[in-house]
Design a protein. Structure first.
Length: 311
């Protein structure tokens, strides 16, 4: 028989994990603040525990799929955690994740951080993967069970790394979704329906990775600290950003998002980097060092300097 697993939290993601673990032959114990959410997974073979402590006692491996890390403290405070492995797949900040790892250690538990990089319907599929950080031996000890959720991608011992990678991916994802909605709203002002515009916009979104690979290697440039402006310069991209802001304002579409993007190109252009590659804008986003700040090398004005016209 496969190793028993406990899952705390039965939102769509938690339920998907339970179904996947059950299908792989793992006995699964569940608990949720709203017991009614357990109905379907119990019908599929999971056991509903009366309390969090009972759920934790049922398995060495305890997976948490909660709103945030505070929910872990609220739920597991009274539970006996000594000797258990906690795998927290909830979203929060890297610092709160590190605090959570220290909290678990004080209670005698071992701790892995995880970030699930797919929506609930994709859990357990070949396309699913999960970032992990924390003790490497802990991941290996429970790899069989965790791999049923998604392919494990281990990042290192620092418990905050998986959360940071997860948030960085969502940074790209959420910004892209906002841009997609902004572009759709912009086209609507000319009578172009979402049905007509979405395929065109998604073509650009889907092709971005391929475009970056043609003639550019932004990752290598960033690591080398070089920004050769062979193709897409700060000046060229900044001019395009200006045009998007102007088009938005003329159409009475909220300009906050494109104005925020424009601010980074303006920052780089004003510091004499107009001929550099567009990757130069990263310097406006990086942490401010005391030395750079002292010589005026970097003005943090792009951060929050471009409010929407709607206030």
């Amino acid at each position: 028989m496969s190793a028993p697993v406990t899952v705390l939290g039965l939102g769509p993601m938690g339920q998907a994990m339970v179904r996947t673990l059950l299908a792989a032959g793992h006995p699964v114990t569940v608990w949720n603040r709203t017991p009614g959410r357990a109905t379907e997974v119990v019908a599929a073979g999971a056991r509903l525990a009366d309390t969090p402590a009972d759920a934790v006692a049922a398995s060495d491996l305890v997976i948490l799929s909660l709103t945030d890390y505070q929910a872990m403290y609220d739920i597991l405070g009274p539970a006996a955690l000594a000797g258990r492995t906690l795998v927290n797949l909830s979203s929060d900040t890297p610092d709160r994740t590190r605090e959570g790892a220290a909290w678990a250690a004080r209670h005698g538990a071992r701790f892995l951080t995880g970030g699930v990089m797919n929506p609930a319907p994709m859990v357990g599929t070949d396309a699913a993967y999960v970032y992990y950080s924390g003790p490497a031996d802990l991941l290996e000890a429970h790899r069989d069970a965790l791999a049923t959720i998604g392919a494990p991608r281990y990042l290192g011992e620092d418990p905050g790394l998986a959360q940071l990678m997860y948030q960085a991916n969502l940074d790209v994802f959420l910004t892209s979704l906002a841009a997609l909605m902004h572009a759709t709203a912009l086209l609507e002002t000319a009578g172009v329906t979402a049905t007509a515009s979405m395929p065109e916009l998604l073509q650009t979104l889907n092709g971005t990775a391929e475009m970056l690979e043609v003639g550019e290697n932004p990752a290598a440039q960033l690591e080398a600290g070089e920004h050769p402006g062979h193709l897409s310069t700060v000046t060229m991209m900044g001019a395009t950003a200006d045009h998007i802001v102007s088009a938005s304002e003329a159409a009475d579409v909220d300009s906050g998002l494109p104005a925020a993007v424009r601010a980074y190109y303006t920052w780089a252009r004003e510091r004499g980097h107009g001929a550099d590659n567009w990757t130069r804008i990263i310097d406006a986003m990086r942490p401010v060092s005391p030395a750079r700040s002292a010589v005026g090398d970097r003005d943090p004005s792009p951060r929050g300097s471009s409010p929407s016209r709607r206030g």
